[in-house]
Ligand binder design. Structure first.
Ligand SMILES: [Fe+2]
Ligand SMILES: [Fe+2]
Length: 191
């Protein structure tokens, strides 16, 4: 298989998006570590990470999986309940909860509530841990299974549907703007 054909696959697009999400998860980790070491709670950068997770990881990426990929994989015989798709769906729900918890902690910080930083650190740790494992399971297990059960026709029709979804806005931003947001966060808070 050529490199080009790998990225023509719909799972190739999702794998690439995983890498963008992981880059921002790593920025989040560095910002939390910085805060825990008493080197400052970077409210604005943390807010941008949360906005990125809500708009890119959830509205753009998880939506492609939930609305387009997973129903097709189910139709091709990969079980939902008691199988990998059901696990992935429940993890998306947990990720939404942790994102909400991070946003809530930032609002509490703005109200100068004393435990706001700890609440944020805890929700951020939970999100990081969950999404890192979730992405690894999709990359290594579910997408590999998916590539085996989807026909070429399935793959090209899914690619077209992905393109349709990607031309929308997510939280008022395009997919390209959100990718640039990830680049800027990484440049401002390098490893
Ligand atoms: Fe997922
Ligand atoms: Fe994913």
């Amino acid at each position: 298989m050529t490199q080009e054909s790998l990225f023509d696959k719909p799972t190739g697009t999702l794998r690439e998006e995983h890498q963008v999400i992981l880059r921002v998860i790593n920025v989040l980790g560095r910002l939390v570590e910085r805060s825990e070491q008493g080197r400052g709670f970077e409210r604005n950068a943390l807010g941008e990470c949360v906005e990125f997770f809500r708009s890119f990881a959830d509205a753009c990426h998880h939506a492609k999986e939930e609305d387009l990929l997973f129903p097709l994989l189910q139709a091709r015989g990969i079980p939902r309940d008691g199988g990998p798709i059901g696990v992935m769906l429940s993890e998306h729900q947990l990720a939404r909860g942790f994102t909400k918890d991070m946003a809530g902690a930032l609002e509490a910080y703005d109200r100068e509530e004393s435990n706001a930083r700890d609440r944020f650190h805890s929700a951020a740790r939970d999100y990081r841990e969950l999404l890192t494992h979730h992405i690894s399971k999709e990359d290594q297990i579910l997408f590999t299974m998916g590539d085996q059960v989807m026909s070429e026709e399935d793959q090209s029709s899914l690619c077209k549907q992905f393109c349709g979804l990607c031309s929308k806005q997510f939280g008022g931003r395009t997919r390209e703007e959100l990718e640039r947001m990830a680049d800027t966060l990484e440049a401002n808070w390098p490893a």
